[in-house]
Design a protein around this ligand. Structure first.
Ligand SMILES: Nc1ncnc2c1ncn2[C@@H]1O[C@H](COP(=O)(O)OP(=O)(O)OP(=O)(O)O)[C@@H](O)[C@H]1O
Ligand SMILES: [Zn+2]
Length: 724
């Protein structure tokens, strides 16, 4: 009998331990294998640092197959996953499979695209096809230059069989993939501030340093990124660019592709097919992609030649994953840069308070762009319109309507911003006070008039619009408040000659819809844009001269301590759409709170002042970033089950160590979601290591309690939570 080795294997299962299997020879770390797990066959990943189990060897199952079409997964990826799993208190196996493209999570070998280029050999060149064979002549002529398989297929569908025959006869030779020489096109001369920022980061290339690029909207942050990227590419290194989902537009990708026409650019986001994502990932790992641009999941992409990491709009909430491994891509990007000893550049017009605090603590260096880059572009004037004693027409003040009419007469484009899609956020009975509550959530159902439905934006529940009050039978039920659809209708009624375009998740569900919207805006076919935050971010909508903000007061007095920070960032972004190119910009905010300090700071474009006062408040209250938090969440159909579990945890944990405070159990801010009641414990401390260490040590206790809890119970840990 041959000697067999015991190998440690990580699997995609919600268990903290790895598993052991037998094989007839050792395998390196990171090898993908196929194993049996219970009744299933699963993909596993070898890790030789896992200690062998206590059970007898004859109890172990064999590895069924080695999926070794690729080299083993890179050690650095495994290290990053181990770090993330440890930090976010998540099972390593699950973290690892989160980090991999879907195709590599499956117990099947993957197919690599063909990256060779093909060319006629001397023998092939000497043997032209017969003149009557037009297809062969076409391909023979084309192959006098080196060409990839895909390019050949574009020339003719039969290229594959011609290639196969040619390779067999020796008429065609296959050459390995070669990087093209770097080409940089259309770089702009930097202004003094941009140049200062660029050279600071450039001086740090080759070692770790973290920078905040605090640049107001339109200050030319992207241009600074592009010029740094050019320098990194010229040195033969790769760049990782992480951006929010909503900013990943064809326009941005185009801008990169036009600047670097000869560079491989891998775009990685959740909208790709499994095959596309795998190829992009492999291009990055195998060095064919010089630039990786992607959303949060791109932070796990292997880049052996990494030279620079950029996180654009670093304050954006979409960098935090809200289920499974609840990682923050910005924070992992900083870890990544540190581990690979390269600089990381975090860009934003409204940095997160976490990042501001890191600048204050001297961990990050701040670079400032406080001028708009475009000639003649300046920051917009912000007006606060007190609507307390005004009669509004479908939510619009007379002054606002007049201002819109004036822009229309001058043929300038305006934007009306309201962060609520649908017709109206709630339907109500004028008699008994009934409102359109969702049966499954602590939320109201939103009226979607054109679809003739009430819809819950949280759980997706839909129902027909009732014709009378379901409680008292009163036929007089009315929409309360405005959403984008209602504003669109009101504007059309008030300004019938205006060409109005609504942009929200309902109107942009397909890529084609987006493209056509973009097309219409840029060819001057729109007078008034009405939209949600989709409009606020990243997109350059050109010659906007007026921005009207409605319904923002709700964010001033929220139970979530981060609401003001988010509101300020959002309003700065949306205000930043005005006056970007020549035409002076005006912003009007309709409010009941014209003296609110947040609005006054916004009016002064005073981010620093606002951030300082917010930080002071957070310190006073002991909230992040002045303290660290971990949430232990539980949900079940009955609140009692969720609460009972958390009570049991609390009891088992006993008194927390000094410096750690535990709050709760308390209902989550959104207490009911999709038919489940949600409760949570908040664990808080100014000493992060102590907090994490304590919870890590207590994890087995919590897991044991969870196994005893109601079968309906779900629970999770959220380290550095962004949502309460
Ligand atoms: N040095 C420069 N000279 C002239 N124009 C520039 C310069 N840098 C940038 N621009 C132009 O200014 C505009 C804004 O630049 P860019 O998109 O880089 O800014 P940004 O700070 O990334 O913008 P935002 O974050 O607000 O979307 C663009 O039209 C860009 O072409
Ligand atoms: Zn709901």
């Amino acid at each position: 009998m041959t000697e067999r080795v015991i190998l440690g294997v990580w699997l995609d299962v919600p268990l903290r331990a790895a598993f052991s299997y037998l094989h007839d020879s050792p395998l390196p770390d990171g090898t993908r294998v196929k194993v049996a797990f219970g009744p299933r066959e699963m993909c596993g990943v070898i890790d030789n640092s896992i200690p062998p189990p206590a059970v007898a060897t004859d109890k172990l199952k064999p590895i069924l197959a080695v999926l070794d079409e690729l080299p083993p997964l890179p050690a650095l990826l495994l290290e990053q996953v181990q770090f993330a799993a440890r930090y976010y208190l998540h099972p390593v196996g699950q973290a690892l499979f989160t980090a991999l493209p879907t195709s590599l999570r499956e117990a099947r070998p993957v197919r690599q695209a063909d990256h060779h280029v093909y060319q006629l050999s001397a023998q092939g060149l000497a043997r032209p096809p017969a003149a009557r064979s037009t297809v062969k002549t076409l391909l023979w002529q084309a192959l006098q230059q080196p060409l990839g398989r895909e390019a050949l297929r574009q020339l003719h569908p039969q290229a594959g069989s011609y290639l196969k025959a040619g390779l067999a006869s020796g008429d065609i030779t296959a050459l390995p993939w070669q990087p093209a020489a770097l080409r940089v096109e259309g770089a702009l001369p930097l202004n003094a501030q941009q140049e200062a920022a660029r050279s600071s980061v450039a001086a740090a290339l080759g070692s770790f340093a973290a920078f905040l690029l605090h640049g107001i909207t339109g200050s030319g942050k992207t241009e600074v990124y592009l010029q740094l990227i050019a320098q990194v590419l010229a040195a033969g290194r790769q760049v990782l660019v992480i951006i929010p989902e909503i900013n990943l537009t064809p326009q941005l990708i185009d801008r990169f592709a036009r600047r670097f026409p000869a560079t491989g650019i891998a775009c990685l986001h959740s909208g790709l097919s499994d095959g596309e994502r795998l190829q992009g990932w492999l291009d990055a790992w195998q060095g064919r992609a010089g630039i990786v641009i992607g959303t949060r999941l791109a932070v796990f992409t292997p880049l052996p030649q990494l030279g620079l990491v950029i996180v654009d709009e670093e304050h954006d909430g979409s960098f935090k994953q809200h289920d499974g491994l609840r990682y923050h891509a910005r924070d992992l990007a900083v870890w990544r840069a540190h581990r690979q000893q390269v600089p990381v550049l975090l860009g934003s017009a409204t940095p997160s308070l976490e990042t501001v605090a890191n600048v204050e603590a001297g961990r990050y260096r701040k670079l400032v762009l406080d001028q708009r880059a475009h000639d003649g572009a300046s920051l917009p004037q912000i007006g606060l319109l007190d609507v307390r004693r005004q009669k509004l027409d479908d939510g619009l003040a007379p002054e606002v309507i007049a201002a819109l009419r004036q822009r229309l007469a001058r043929r300038e484009m305006s934007l009306v911003f309201i962060n609520r899609r649908g017709y109206s956020p709630v339907l109500a009975c004028t008699d008994c006070g009934w409102t359109s509550a969702c049966r499954h959530c602590s939320a109201r159902m939103v009226l979607h008039l054109s679809a003739r439905q009430l819809r819950c934006h949280h759980c997706g529940a839909q129902q027909r619009i009732p014709v009378q009050c379901p409680d008292c039978g009163n036929p007089d039920i009315k929409p309360l408040g405005e959403g984008t659809q209602r504003l669109e209708a009101a504007l059309q009624r008030l300004l019938p000659e205006a060409r109005i375009l609504r942009i929200d998740r309902d109107s942009t569900s397909t890529k084609a819809a987006w493209d056509s919207i973009y097309q219409r805006v840029h060819s001057g076919q729109v007078d008034i844009l009405v939209g949600t935050q989709m409009l606020a971010k990243g997109h350059d909508f050109g010659a906007l001269s007026l921005v009207v903000v409605l319904g923002s007061d709700g964010g001033l007095y929220s139970a979530d301590f981060r609401a003001s920070e988010r509101l300020f960032a959002q309003l700065m972004q949306v205000a930043g759409r005005a006056g970007r190119a020549g035409v002076p910009g005006h912003v009007v905010i309709q409010t009941q709170w014209p003296d609110h300090p947040l609005y006054l700071a916004l009016q002064q474009h005073d981010f620093d002042g606002f951030a300082a006062s917010q930080l002071a408040e957070r310190r006073e209250a002991g909230f992040p970033p002045a303290a660290y938090q971990i949430l232990l969440r539980a949900d079940a159909p009955a609140y009692a089950d969720a609460e009972q579990f958390l009570q049991a945890v609390l009891q088992q944990l006993g008194a927390p160590p000094d410096g750690i405070t535990v709050f709760g159990p308390a209902p989550a801010l959104m207490a009911r979601l999709a038919g489940r009641e949600r409760a949570q414990l908040t664990l808080e401390s100014t000493a992060r290591a102590a907090l994490h260490g304590w919870l890590r040590a207590e994890l087995p206790t919590i897991e044991a309690l969870a196994r005893k809890a109601s079968r309906q119970l779900r629970w999770s840990l959220d380290v550095d939570p962004l949502e309460l």
